[in-house]
Design a protein around this ligand. Structure first.
Ligand code: THU
Length: 160
């Protein structure tokens, strides 16, 4: 038996102003996007904005349904919209943020497991890592150089 140790690297910025300008702009788009969330059930509004390699910015917000499992997360709304409109264009970066109905989010919001898997599919499809920018409402910003940093031992088409 041996132990397999996994290495995760996350850049931690003390606040939004410390980020490179392109990341600040994308995060701003994500924050504007969460205003379009339809979240009457959870009151948890999520905004995602992604920059494509053609420099276009595509936004998404969570869209809930009274039949709860039909809800779609902000990240997947944005990624699928981008893939539908620009099927041959890789995603360069994605910014994700949220606003809770019950607390102020002082820590970065991290994507759910399903969205991590969908972000990974896009990295795999275009053979290109995606920069992931995570923020709550205040405080630190996390930047990942690939979703693999928070989705180790990924499942992808190599197994099929
Ligand atoms: N949600 C997202 O939009 N993205 C995530 O990565 C996690 C969760 C949404 C789904 C639901 O509308 C609400 O947040 C509460 O789970």
């Amino acid at each position: 038996m041996k132990i397999l140790k996994l290495d995760t690297q996350i850049e931690v910025y003390s606040d939004v102003q410390e980020l490179p300008e392109a990341d600040q702009i994308l995060l701003k788009a994500a924050k504007a996007s969460l205003l379009n969330a339809y979240a009457p059930y959870s009151k948890f509004k999520v905004g995602a904005a992604l920059r494509l390699s053609n420099d276009k910015v595509i936004i998404g917000s969570n869209q809930e349904n009274a039949a709860f499992p039909l809800t779609l997360c902000a990240e997947r709304v944005a990624i699928f919209a981008a893939a539908s409109q620009f099927p041959d264009t890789p995603i360069q970066s994605i910014a994700i943020t949220a606003k809770s109905g019950s607390q102020v989010l002082h820590q970065p919001v991290t994507p759910c497991g399903s969205c991590r898997q969908v972000i990974h599919e896009s990295e795999f499809r275009f053979e290109q890592p995606i920069r992931v920018i995570l923020h709550g409402e205040t405080g630190e910003v996390y930047v990942l150089h690939s979703i693999k940093d928070i989705l180790p031992l990924t499942f992808d088409a190599n197994f099929l």
